[in-house]
Design a protein around this ligand. Structure first.
Ligand code: ADP
Ligand code: MG
Length: 252
């Protein structure tokens, strides 16, 4: 079963052509890693899947629901806002810079959206939040504020917060890039645990070791296109394309 189907996505920022016909399908339970040089369009692509950016051309379908497709003139036409809101709720998003609400406690960070958006009663939201904090090893920090936590702890809270909305798909955009090296492991561990629970995941990452070990599939993007993709170990250990080889030789 396809969780996400993106077909021939084009995205420009003014005259800058950032995505030039990118297609990706992700199956239920699959972990897809997206790697590639800075500026190749990885973040933009991920943001387009979640309609944090709008596309110019192409089709995106999430769990069988069309979010956007080409109209008769070949330009992208979005579905109505209600449908898009429902689709977006299926997707959790974790960013490089944690983006926690700074003036809310850890627990409040986790219960806010479930209560406001999903109308979950406070008691139930808190129970689930504490379960999730336990899962990411931070139950003791429930009443602390983000500034009292390390970067790795903040990012684990951000993951728990995304999970609090019961997403079917988790998207990560370089979740460990802002962390000191000694803190990346604890975040990657939480992500690996999620993968082992068969969460569907799309992970933009420079952690090639993680991609090789945890991802089923690796996508190498360069300059707005997918240059190479395949089984993670095969692409990383034995890249076919010269640009993939060059990139991997720099980051490994
Ligand atoms: P990556 O995540 O692979 O590093 P990005 O998707 O962030 O790449 O960026 C791809 C290109 O799009 C870059 O040239 C970047 O400067 C440009 N870009 C990204 N976001 C915007 C924006 N909001 N407005 C204008 N240009 C942007
Ligand atoms: Mg990026």
């Amino acid at each position: 079963m396809y969780m996400i189907r993106a077909l021939d996505i084009y995205k420009n920022f003014g005259h800058l052509k950032v995505l030039k016909g990118v297609s990706l399908t992700v199956e239920k339970g699959e972990v897809v890693a997206i790697i590639g040089p800075s500026g190749s369009g990885k973040s933009t692509f991920l943001r387009c899947l979640n309609r944090l950016e709008t596309i110019d051309k192409g089709m995106i379908e999430v769990e069988g629901e069309i979010m956007v497709q080409n109209g008769p003139d070949g330009k992208a036409v979005y579905s109505d806002e209600n449908r898009i809101a429902l689709i977006r709720r299926k997707m959790g998003m974790v960013f490089q810079n944690f983006n926690l609400f700074p003036h809310k406690s850890v627990l409040e960070n986790l219960i806010l959206a479930p209560m406001l958006v999903n109308k979950v009663p406070r008691e139930e939201a808190e129970k689930k939040a504490l379960e999730l904090l336990e899962k990411v090893g931070l139950k003791k920090k429930a009443n602390n504020y983000p500034f009292e936590l390390s970067g790795g702890q903040q990012q684990r809270v951000a993951i728990a917060r995304a999970l609090a909305m019961n997403p079917d798909i988790m998207c990560f955009d370089e979740p460990t890039s802002a962390l000191d090296p000694e803190l990346t492991g604890e975040v990657l561990k939480v992500m690996k645990d999620l993968a082992l629970e068969h969460m569907t995941m799309i992970v933009v990452t420079h952690e090639i070791g993680f991609a090789r070990e945890v991802a089923n599939r690796v996508i190498f993007m360069d300059n707005g296109i997918i240059v190479e993709e395949g089984i993670a170990k095969e692409v990383i250990d034995n890249p076919k394309n010269e640009r993939t080889r060059e990139f991997l030789s720099k980051v490994l």
